[in-house]
Design a protein around this ligand. Structure first.
Ligand SMILES: *Cc1c(COP(=O)(O)O)cnc(C)c1O
Length: 414
């Protein structure tokens, strides 16, 4: 289904023409479709029907409270990477008992907060962290539920910056070290071993590596069972890719089928941690063309959104479709779509063919994941507003930042 489509030559979010949102809330502005968010979540639920499974939305992809609350109401759990993300989940009405706490660098404060909140599981990524979890749980007089995040060493065939399951990167414990580390965990007094976890990377278009990882994780679970360590859940991470340009991205059912086949007949609860695939195509970034600049070699469409609003093009050379909000009968030209920030890396798209005039609105598509959450205040630019469209309703879910907020915590020297 297409939740962002043209009608009468104007791009809409569900029933709402985007110029109406620009008029009411200004630009740049992130716009999410409630129906698209719900549709993406429902696709996972359908694909997992009949299995004992929990979908834990990866909060880092988009952590707006409205989105977390929407998923919580649909029954989602959450995957968090910091005490801050956990606080957001709780503020949004999420159930801490359905929270998975991941991440390589959990601080003592993070662990204390997670154990006190009663999270479902802490995914431990190193021997040193195991000791720390045990110590913090001991100080609190509690037992901490843990999994080890194992590194199944399969190549996810994705961008190196978002590949996480190879031997060479910082995530997880090596496959061969997992068994001895589980034995050690069993001997620590304040830990409850409840599961095993892996997450091999992001924007995966081929489910085969994830299925291979699942099979390797299942082998480890069997080896643990043989030693009397029986696991309650297996966490297969997130990573399903989406279409940004013309990628052949599998839907949730097609992506999960080989994983579920690899885990057929198992009794452990299955946990999934999708981020991008729940929110990526449910959001666009609306921006206005400030100037058209026709140079000798290149033309520039200088827009009011920049790398501080959407970092993915600058960070990963990522492609986002860029669509004019109003289809016009003017000639197309090839433009570099760039922001006002003083960096040559500040671009949103290279060599895009656009029929536009100065003052026109553009929609940067597929911006719902890793968009707003990676935004910054570089060049003292206030962060964008965020709205959710629901049918013909538009709800502001985050106010545009005001300039004064940006330096409110700063002090000059006496
Ligand atoms: C980032 C991350 C996810 C979500 O990845 P997506 O590619 O957005 O689905 C899930 N689990 C962990 C541990 C992560 O770090």
């Amino acid at each position: 289904m297409n939740f962002f489509a043209y009608r009468d030559g104007t791009l809409r979010a569900e029933e709402v023409p985007l110029p109406q949102i620009a008029a009411a809330h200004g630009t740049p502005c992130y716009i999410y479709s409630r129906a698209a968010l719900e549709d993406a979540f429902a696709a996972y639920q359908r694909a997992l029907a009949g299995r004992d499974a929990l979908v834990c939305y990866a909060v880092k992809a988009n952590s707006n409270l409205a989105i977390l609350n929407l998923f919580a109401r649909l029954g989602a759990g959450f995957d968090v990477l910091s005490g801050g993300e956990l606080a957001r989940v709780i503020a949004a009405g999420g159930d801490p008992a359905k929270v998975i706490f991941s991440g390589v660098g959990k601080s003592e404060a993070d662990l204390r907060q997670a154990i006190e909140a009663g999270v479902h599981c802490l995914n431990v990524e190193s021997p040193a962290e195991l000791d720390r979890v045990n110590a913090v749980a001991g100080m609190l007089g509690k037992r901490a539920p843990i999994s080890l995040r194992v590194n199944p060493d399969v190549d996810p065939k994705t961008h190196p910056y978002i590949s996480t399951g190879l031997r060479s990167n910082k995530f997880g414990v090596a496959y061969d070290e997992a068994l001895p580390l589980y034995r050690r965990a069993r001997d620590l007094p304040n830990l409850d071993i409840t599961g095993i976890a892996c997450h091999i990377g992001s924007q995966l278009l081929d489910p085969a590596p994830a299925a291979e990882a699942a099979a390797k994780v299942a082998l480890l679970a069997d080896a643990l069972a043989a030693e009397g360590i029986s696991l309650k859940h297996m966490d297969l991470g997130g990573g399903k890719g989406i279409r940004y340009r013309d990628e052949d991205a599998p839907d949730a059912a097609a992506y999960l089928a080989p994983l579920l086949a690899a885990l057929d007949g198992r009794r452990e609860k299955l946990v999934f941690e999708p981020g991008r695939s729940l929110v990526g195509n449910a959001g666009v970034l609306l921006t206005r063309i400030e100037y058209l600049k026709h140079g000798e070699e290149k033309n520039f469409a200088i827009v009011d959104a920049a790398m501080n609003d959407l970092l993915r093009p600058a960070l990963y050379d990522a492609w986002h479709d860029i669509r004019p909000v109003r289809q016009r009968a003017v000639d197309e030209d090839i433009y570099e779509v760039v922001g006002p920030v003083c960096e040559s890396g500040d671009f949103l798209g290279h060599a895009r063919s656009l029929a536009v005039e100065a003052g026109d609105l553009l929609a940067i598509m597929s911006a719902g994941a890793y968009g707003m959450v990676m935004s910054s205040n570089y060049n003292t630019r206030p962060r964008a507003a965020e709205v959710v469209v629901d049918g013909n309703q538009v709800r502001l879910v985050r106010e545009r930042e005001r300039i004064e907020q940006l330096f409110a915590g700063e002090r000059v020297l006496p």
